[in-house]
Design a protein around this ligand. Structure first.
Ligand SMILES: Nc1ncnc2c1ncn2[C@@H]1O[C@H](COP(=O)(O)OP(=O)(O)O)[C@@H](O)[C@H]1O
Ligand SMILES: [Mg+2]
Length: 247
């Protein structure tokens, strides 16, 4: 059986694609292989962010029954495995209703990157998943949309719902962990720091742990991966010094 985790948000631009790529890369680094599925059918970004804009086989071919999911996996130079979406513009008719059925065939740990909003395609993605990670930012507009998508997930009978607060600066201009948890009525599983290295690694088409393993966000991803895998994790010593050389 596949273990399927969906990454959703409500609001766009909060960091779902960044999170899917970087969590997958960190899980790989812990020795837990997984596959990223780009289910943002209309605006697929995973391939673009990893420098693989053109693919011959995609999630669309899998959903149409033209190819087996195992044959649509693209292997990135960093060993990340991805089922990309086609960047074709006629993707409107693709129906995600069969998503679980096709991903089940893989028997893997799967992270699904999704579009923003709460439309039918997001519902199908949530329905397909065993756990739902709701990415938000520590600001009202993002958290209010997170609350809405959490309600959708609860109405669909999902119990394993977790909030990820991304782009945390820990200053007085953002909502606190307590405030976010209170609004969402859902536990926060991780806080990922605002980190300029995310932009740098994204520009270079690689996950942050490959580029800046000692950066704040990389350490946050390590904590989350270890928590998901129920493994001990001790960050490297002298992080401050290491970061000086980690440009
Ligand atoms: N922790 C972070 N620190 C700094 N920038 C980030 C962080 N997470 C995401 N970003 C930036 O936010 C922007 C939106 O991220 P993206 O993953 O595309 O969001 P979404 O998939 O939810 O639309 C990108 O430019 C990305 O580089
Ligand atoms: Mg995205």
């Amino acid at each position: 059986m596949s273990n399927i985790i969906s990454v959703v948000s409500g609001k766009g631009g909060v960091g779902k694609t960044t999170f899917s790529i970087n969590l997958a890369a960190t899980l790989n680094a812990f020795g837990r292989e997984c596959i990223i599925v780009d289910a943002d059918i209309c605006n697929p970004n995973v391939g673009l962010r990893l420098g693989i804009p053109h693919v011959s086989l995609s999630l669309q071919n899998v959903l149409n029954g033209e190819v087996k999911p195992q044959h649509s996996i693209f292997i990135h130079p960093t060993n990340l495995r991805i089922i990309p979406s086609s960047v074709a513009i006629d993707n409107d008719n693709i129906n995600l209703m069969r998503l679980r059925e096709v991903l089940e065939q893989l028997d893997e740990l799967i992270l699904i990157d999704s579009p923003p909003g709460m439309d039918e395609s997001v519902e199908h993605i949530i329905e397909a998943s065993d756990s739902v990670m709701v990415v938000t930012n520590p600001e009202h507009a993002a958290v209010i949309d997170a609350v809405k998508v959490i309600k959708v997930a609860k109405d669909l009978g999902k119990n394993n719902i977790y909030v990820v607060v991304n782009r945390v600066n820990q200053d007085v201009y953002e909502l606190t962990t307590d405030e976010i948890e209170l609004m969402c009525e859902t536990p926060i599983i991780a806080k990922i720091s605002e980190d300029v290295n995310i932009r740098k690694s994204s520009f270079e088409n690689i996950p942050i742990i490959n580029r800046n393993p000692y950066s704040k966000a990389s350490i946050d991803y390590n904590y989350l991966a270890s928590r998901l895998l129920r493994e001990e994790y001790e960050p490297p010593s002298l992080l401050f010094l290491r970061r000086l050389f980690d440009k």
